[in-house]
Design a protein around this ligand. Structure first.
Ligand SMILES: O=C(O)C(=O)Cc1ccccc1
Length: 374
């Protein structure tokens, strides 16, 4: 039995994405394009577990309360969700085991018993949903109100618990939410409009996460560099995600990326991320309780050939935890995230990753997993 934790309430897009991934259409890495959104009853072997935050979601995973987690990582309109990249890095025992592209189709949901004559004033939702419908809302003069998640906003509206609604001082019927049709069904709301996103190619890419297996011995797709989970049964089209930091010397990024060019790898995503944020995470400064930024323990799983590589602490110019007097460099240090599409077992890529891990100050394979789409 699989238990998938997600951020939000029942009916959230993250829950739908988890169901899509583990249903027969999406679980094998299909992109779910055009497929109808499965309901929990369509996927009886899956338990979905709502959690109030991404930190709580990862805690469910690391405490083994959940076997998997579904985490949005980027949206075709709004771009990368950087804090979720940070969380991934701050949890070194968590690995990416899958991905799914989820077509996000927003409904404008309102109270079924809204009195006639009361016109809509405010629309509540997750900030990403609001961002994806900005034009629609602006055209109608509707005020945006940010909520923790789409389904939570739908539930709150249905119970008269929205901050500006019902018994909280607003006029009954002035508030609506952006959420899925499924959330509308669950919370008994009326679908006032459907497909209200500004771009009809609105996809969110979700990562499916699991704990690394302690007995991992086979890092075939990453060249034995780190203890990525044994890629049981994965073959064909896969993706490998890595994170690394480099010395701050001329040409270093060019040289780092050139290993992929030489191996003919197809980079599907390259992100740089400010390191200070990671340092905050590593120090627990955000109160998230996230683990410090550290390498996965180097076991014998890779035969002593590599392992995650911790950033140096006192003599590097990159920045994670560097010494006093190097503050400027430290402030502007960056971590790079790269996704590579390749065939499972690609020897050229293994060589490339090994070269990169040797050059990098910090290097971690975040996972090798069946790829969604071409
Ligand atoms: O709030 C939700 O339902 C989520 O799962 C987050 C989200 C919001 C908008 C688009 C994709 C994911």
């Amino acid at each position: 039995m699989v238990t998938v934790a997600y951020q939000g309430e029942p009916g959230a897009y993250s829950e739908s994405a988890a169901l899509q991934f583990f249903s027969s259409t999406g679980g094998s890495g299909g992109d779910g394009r055009g497929a109808s959104v499965p309901r929990p009853s369509d996927v009886p072997h899956i338990n979905t577990m709502p959690t109030p935050s991404f930190t709580a979601m990862l805690a469910a995973l690391t405490s083994s309360t959940a076997t998997h987690a579904a985490m949005p990582i980027e949206n075709s309109l709004a771009g990368t969700i950087h804090p979720n990249l940070d969380l991934l890095l701050a949890n070194p025992l968590v690995s990416i085991v899958g991905e799914t592209d989820f077509r996000v189709r927003h409904c404008l949901l309102g109270l079924a018993d809204a009195p006639p004559g009361v016109s809509l004033k405010r629309v509540h939702s997750h900030y990403m949903a609001l961002a994806q419908c900005t034009g629609y809302l602006a055209d109608r003069g509707l005020t945006q109100v940010v909520a923790a998640d789409t389904a939570g906003a739908a539930r709150a509206l249905s119970r008269g618990k929205l901050v500006t609604a019902g018994d909280r001082g607003g006029v009954h019927g002035e508030d609506a939410v952006l959420a899925s049709r499924r959330a509308g069904d669950i919370y008994g709301l009326a679908v006032l409009d459907e497909g209200v996103e500004d771009d009809q190619g609105n996809y969110t890419r979700f990562l499916i996460l699991a704990m690394k297996r302690v007995d991992s011995t086979d890092s075939a797709d990453s060249g034995g560099i780190t203890n990525v989970p044994r890629s049981v049964g994965i073959d064909g089209a896969v993706k490998t995600s890595v994170a690394f930091t480099l010395r701050n010397v001329a040409g270093e990024l060019f040289r780092a990326l050139s290993v992929f060019a030489v191996s003919g790898a197809d980079l599907t995503k390259v992100e740089s991320r400010h390191v200070a944020t990671l340092r905050q995470l590593s120090e627990g400064a955000n109160g998230s309780g996230a683990a410090p930024l550290q390498a996965t323990p180097r076991g014998d799983e890779d035969g002593g050939k590599g392992g995650d590589k911790e950033a140096a602490t006192s003599d590097n110019s990159n920045g994670i935890g560097s010494v006093d007097g190097r503050d400027v460099e430290r402030r502007w240090g960056y971590i790079f995230y790269v996704d590579v599409a390749h065939e499972a077992g690609d020897k050229g890529l293994q060589i490339a990753l090994r070269a990169l891990s040797n050059a990098a100050l910090f290097f971690r394979v975040l996972g090798t997993y069946p790829r969604c789409g071409p």
